[in-house]
Each structure stands twice: as C-alpha cells, then as structure tokens.
Write a protein that binds this ligand. Structure first.
Ligand code: MG
Length: 762
C-alpha cells in the first residue's frame, strides 16, 4: 500500500513539472529549446544540411564565422534550420551556431564542420600585356651564324631583320650583335676598321651595302621596341687594321705608332714605368711581346761570319763582319741559318765539337734565325733572340732562345704587345688618367658617333679587364668612365633624352667586377649562372635570392643606377645545357629563374632552343647557327666543319618548338611576357621571402622571393627538387600569372611539383 501511494504522488508532481496541470496558479509553459544534433558536417561545396529546432519560446541564432549561413536566423517555436556554407578552398574548418531565447538565455549550440577542399590545379591568368616591353631583355646574336638572308651560308643583317618578329615574340628589347666590323676571323673580335662594317653582312657583299642594311636593321628594330647594341673591342685591333699595317711597315715612323703598345726594349720600358698598358710580371699577366719583322734598320747587307756555340746549356751565336771567302751551304748540316727576305737556308759546318761556322753574303731586311732542322720549325727547332734582346753586336756572343725565338736583328727591333694573340695587337691609350686625349681613344670614339647616327642605343665592350693590365682595378674603371662619358655625351648630342647603354665584359670575380661600376652603367655578373646551377643541380635553391639580391645591392653601392646584367652563358663558355645535364626540365627552370630574377637578363642565341656544346673541340661548338626550320639550311659556313649536326635535329628547330606548347622556347616566351607585363618583375627590387629563405634549412630546394616596384608586388616560387613540396603561405595566392611544371593550391597551401616554378601577383 505504501508503495502505491508514493507512485501516485510522483505522478502528480511529474504532471505539474511538465505543465500538464491546468491549475491556474501554476505556470502553463516552461521555456525550452532543444536541437536535434550537436554537429553538422558539410562538404567543401557547402551543400545545405538541416537541423531540427524544438522550442516553445522566441529564439534567435548567432554565427561564429561568416562563411556559414543559417536560415531562418530567428523564429518563435519549432523550426527547421537550413545550414549552409560558402565553398571551402582550404583545409577543414569549424564554426559554431548558438541559439538563445529573447532574453539571451537557454543557449544551445551546434558545430558546423566543413570538409577540406580538394587541391585545385593552378592555371596562370596573367593580366593582358599592354604592349609595352619593360623587361630590358637582351638577345645575344652571332651575326655570322644567326640568320642568312641570301643563301651564302653566312648570317647577315638582312637575316636578322627578317627575324625581328621572332625576337619581338620572345619579348626582347635589345639585341647585342657580335662584332660587325671588317675582320680577319670568323668571330670578328679582331677589328680591321671600326668605321665601316663587314662586307659579308651586306646584301651586296660590300661594306657600303652592309652599312645600308645595318641602318635598315636599326630602324626596323626600333619600330618593334628593340634597340641595337654593337660589340666594341677596345683592348686590341686586328693585325690587318690599316693602323697596324702602317706600324708594321714603319714601326718608328708611322703616324699610328702611338695607337699601339710598342717598345724596342720591353723589359726596360716596363721596369721604367713607361708603358701604362702593361704592368709586367705583377699584372694579371696575359699576353706577350712580339717582334715586328722588317721596318727600321734591323736588316743587313754584306759579308758575315757566323759561329754557333752549342757546347753549353745556353746556346750562343757570334756574328762578325768579314772579307773572308764565302762558303757554300753544307747540305749535310745539323745546324742551319734561315736568312730573312726571300728566305733561304744555309747549312753550317761543324769545325770542332759543337762549334758550327759559315761565311755568307747576306741581304736581309729583317735578320735571321737559327734552326736545328732543315724541314721543320716544330719541336723547338727554331732558335732566335729573347724579346727585347735579339740584336746582335758584331763580335759579341748573343744568347739564343727557342721559346720566344725573336728574329735576330742588326739594329733596334720594335716589339708590340698583345694580350691575346699575335693577330690582336693591343691598343694604346697612354696614361689611364688622361686616356680620352689619346689618339686611339678619339679615333675609335668617332666611329661610335657614326653608329649612333645609324640608330644604335648601346655597346657591349669586350675584354675590358685587359685594356690596362697595370693597376687593373683602378685604371680600367677610370678609362671606362671616360669612354662612357664620351659616348653618352655624343648620344645626347644626337638628340636622345635617355642615356646610352653600355655593358662591360668584366670576367672577374664578383668582388673585382663590382669596382667596374665606377666606369660603366652595367657589367655582366659572371657569377649569376653559378647561382642558378647551385640552386638546380646542388639543391641549394634557398640561397639564390639572397645571393643574387646581394650582388645587386653591392653594385648599387658603387653606382646607384647600376644595372646588373644577368645571363646563363655566352659565346665564350660551354653551353648552359651542358652544365644542366642536358635536362629539359632543368633548362626550363633555369630560364624561369633567369626571367624572374632581378637584373637585366640576356638570352644567348640558341639557349632558348636548348643548344648544348662545349669548347673542347673548338669555340665554334658553342656558337652553333640557329635552326629556323625543321629541314632548312643553317648559317654555318664560317664555322666550317665544327657544327654538331646531330644536335640540329628537326625537333630542336624554332619551327618545331613553336608548335609544341611545352617546349623550352615557349617557356622563355611565357616568362618573358609576364616579365614585360609587370613592372615589379621587369625592374623591381628582389627580397627574400619571410619564411622560405636562406635561413630556412627545412626547404633547401625552394627559391622564393618577392619582386617589388611601388605598389606592384609579385611572389616568385621555384622548387628545384625532383619531388613536390607543400608550402603554407600567408600571402594572397589568388592570382597566379606564370607557371612552369605543376602546382596546385589547397587554400593557401601550395603544392609545387618537381622542377616547377610559379609566379603570383600579390
Ligand atoms: Mg648571307
């Protein structure tokens, strides 16, 4: 009984608590809100889900994140809530929805979890190119092997003009032409006349037609926003230059004798500091002195007795004037004299052990030499005097030498200095502090005036570190300062408001090279390609931006408007593809790094096609003609047989690569176009990324930097690894403008593939 009573009382209490009682002194509704779930999961697209809300009061909903939506947001009593979200482009995310009554009480919550997005492949969408080429991108042309217009096998100016559309399509703003002057070589770095042009490059094979065609090229190029840089060789002329020929025929009387570095006693003159162009043993020390044959009073006519002393390590000759009887040549001799002028051999007689003698009538205008073979000059068989010590004094022994082997002469001989080769006599500009007043300086400068009149916009200067071998670090920059000022003044006088461009071949270590900005607005940074290969081959990519930006900073410290000329390789180096293992992926990445880096980039003829080749078989192998069409001829005549025809397959041609979207050529075009589109890429300041940089050893294969110009800012990312990398960014990655390889985004996490590069506009 007691148990039944308790149950009855409980039932009454329960009815009362649930509002089931109708008694007027009790509240009819107890406020209540409940939800059918505590968690809703949406997919990445944000498709709608529902939550059932049970309530007996007015309520409203609040949301912790603005990407989630609930409808309705308020109500009175039961409701079905539609829960949705914006599409998710990133990782999984969570929001909280809170329901409260009108008094802000009875909070009930549920979570909205949205799944992570799938990775979205990056599709570059650059802004439209406005047609203004901003990049300063320069293309290095070897005139003789670029394009041949007349079928003679030699590249020419009309050939270049016919390819201006190609060059414009590459985004090029300047052409550096190999030396275009008359020359005795195929390459042109021995100039025979600075005041005219190579007849082979003219349509009528005359210098006049070459000049006409060159003027036409300058004009046509300018119409496409392309300027022409001539390659000027200031260190030396060619041996067949009229100036030097005059010196050869009359070393002491020529009106051009001051144009060259001449001496009758080089050792003494160098020691006395008389020769500014050459510092002797303490200088960089390339080149040598060469005797000028003939001219002056170095010859002799009359009867002479010759006596060779071959007994000791040093060999001697003693020459004496005589009236003794003339002897005929000894046909069985082992020692011979080569008498100059209508040269003839005379065999000596061994008169005692290792003593050889003969009496002859001689008539020579340059002297004589001793030889130990009657048939060959090879193997050290030629003996002469030492440079500066080859004049005989009658009756006194003269020490012989078979390394220099200068002609043995009878008067003061003249020697010329040549840094490179006997065919390239060094030019003389006197004291470097006053070089502009030297005859050679002004004579050559006047020829630049002429080409400025044709429309050129700059010069590339060859071998500038050899112009003054003495006091190199000061003398050459100061010489170049005078030279640049002279040319730039002439350029302005010709009506130009911009500055003349000039870039020097400063093939030195960076620390010396930078001093040349004291003289020139631009120098080639020969260490740039080393940074590229270090990034790509050695996987030290995270050092790239720091080091390249460092070069530029150090240049600007010398000259605030310094333009750092950057390039992969040139005509004097093994091809870039060689150092990159002939890997197409690496070659493409090298192109992308070149064209996204700060500095003024250069493309060397054929580099955009992936040419390979080394200098081991001859320089010609790195100077291969452009293969324009799949089956057509190339301008190879001046290279002779030194052309790798196996490389020049149809597939490497411009024609084939133009048809293939993924070709190296099209990588160059795409990245050059983006560089031309965005000022920050073209001329901006390069700074390391805040996370992926030289200090971040976790990502050594990532080269990542900003390029900034005013409000224009770009983010550049390269992955040089052979596997993909996931990189989380806080930068806005919503606008990719260039892509090499593969890259995908999952929110702000970039997955960048092997040997891939991507550029974002920020
Ligand atoms: Mg031709």
């Amino acid at each position: 009984m007691k148990k039944l009573l308790l149950l009855a009382i409980s039932a009454v209490l329960l009815l009362s608590a649930c509002g089931g009682s109708s008694e007027p002194d009790k509240p009819s509704v107890v406020p209540a809100i409940s939800l059918s779930t505590t968690s809703v999961t949406l997919d990445a697209s944000g498709a709608v889900s529902t939550v059932t809300l049970t309530a007996n009061v007015a309520w409203s909903a609040s949301l912790s994140e603005n990407w989630v939506s609930v409808s309705p947001l308020s109500g009175n009593g039961n409701a079905t809530l539609n829960v949705s979200a914006q599409a998710n482009t990133g990782t999984a995310r969570t929001a909280t929805v809170t329901i409260k009554d009108a008094d802000g009480k009875l909070p009930r919550t549920f979570s909205v979890i949205q799944s992570e997005a799938g990775a979205v492949d990056i599709v570059p969408a650059p802004d439209a190119f406005d047609g203004t080429k901003r990049s300063g991108l320069t293309y290095q042309i070897l005139v003789y092997s670029f394009a041949d217009s007349d079928g003679d096998g030699v590249g020419d100016f009309k050939g270049i003009e016919s390819k201006l559309d190609y060059l414009d399509g590459l985004g090029v703003t300047a052409l550096w032409l190999s030396p275009a002057h008359p020359t005795s070589s195929y390459h042109g770095y021995d100039v025979n006349d600075y005041n005219t042009l190579n007849p082979l490059y003219g349509s009528a094979h005359t210098s006049a037609s070459a000049e006409e065609d060159f003027r036409s090229l300058c004009t046509a190029a300018k119409a496409k926003g392309i300027t022409i840089y001539m390659d000027y060789v200031l260190n030396h002329s060619g041996k067949d230059n009229e100036w030097f020929k005059s010196v050869l025929s009359n070393p002491t009387g020529s009106e051009y004798k001051e144009y060259y570095v001449l001496s009758s006693d080089p050792d003494a003159d160098v020691a006395a500091g008389k020769i500014d162009n050459y510092g002797g043993a303490s200088s960089p020390g390339m080149g040598g002195w060469h005797q000028i044959s003939g001219g002056g009073n170095v010859g002799y006519k009359g009867r002479l007795h010759f006596k060779l002393d071959w007994t000791g390590a040093t060999k001697y000759i003693t020459v004496t004037e005589t009236t003794d009887a003339v002897q005929s040549s000894n046909s069985a001799a082992t020692k011979w004299l080569w008498i100059g002028t209508n040269g003839h051999l005379e065999g000596l007689y061994e008169t005692s052990a290792n003593i050889f003698e003969i009496t002859l009538d001689v008539d020579t205008d340059w002297g004589f030499l001793v030889r130990t073979s009657s048939t060959s000059w090879d193997g050290g068989t030629k003996y002469g005097g030492k440079a500066g010590a080859s004049k005989v004094t009658f009756g006194q022994p003269l020490a012989l030498d078979n390394s220099t082997a200068s002609n043995i002469v009878f008067g003061e001989a003249t020697y010329y200095f040549a840094s490179f080769d006997t065919s390239m006599p060094d030019l003389n500009y006197g004291k470097y502090t006053d070089a502009k007043n030297s005859k050679a300086f002004e004579a050559i400068a006047k020829t630049v005036d002429k080409w400025i009149g044709f429309g050129i916009g700059g010069l590339r200067l060859d071998a500038v570190i050899w112009i003054y071998q003495s006091n190199n670090g000061n003398a050459n920059p100061e010489f170049l300062r005078q030279w640049y000022e002279r040319c730039n003044t002439a350029y302005h006088a010709a009506g130009h408001s911009d500055d003349f461009f000039m870039v020097g071949e400063t093939w030195l270590g960076h620390d010396v090279e930078r001093t040349y900005y004291k003289g020139l607005p631009s120098c080639f940074e020969f260490e740039f390609f080393g940074q590229v290969t270090n990034a790509i081959n050695n996987k030290n990519a995270n050092q790239f931006a720091k080091n390249v930006a460092g070069y530029i900073t150090s240049h600007k410290a010398v000259r605030s408007d310094a333009v750092t000329s950057i390039f992969l390789t040139n005509h004097d180096q093994n091809r870039a593809a060689e150092d990159l293992g002939k890997s197409a992926a690496k070659e493409k990445q090298a192109a992308a790094m070149l064209l996204t880096s700060a500095g003024k980039p250069y493309i060397y003829q054929g580099e955009e096609l992936g040419y390979w080749g080394t200098k081991s078989g001859g320089d010609e192998y790195v100077r291969t003609p452009i293969k324009w069409t799949k089956t057509g001829d190339v301008a190879s005549k001046l290279l002779g047989s030194k052309v790798d025809n196996s490389m020049l397959s149809s597939s490497i041609s411009v024609e084939a690569q133009s048809e293939t979207e993924s070709s190296l050529l099209n990588v160059y075009k795409a990245f050059a176009k983006v560089r031309n589109t965005y000022p920050a890429l073209a001329n901006g300041t390069m700074t390391e990324h805040g996370t992926y940089n030289s200090s971040n050893g976790t990502y050594p294969t990532i080269a990542c930097w900003y390029m900034t110009s005013g409000s224009d800012k770009m983010l550049v990312v390269h992955n040089t690894d052979t596997s993909a990398k996931n990189l989380a960014f806080t930068d806005d990655l919503s606008k990719p403008v260039a892509l090499l390889g593969t890259a995908a985004l999952r929110g702000n996490t970039l997955t960048i593939g092997a040997n891939s590069s991507v550029v974002f506009k920020l």
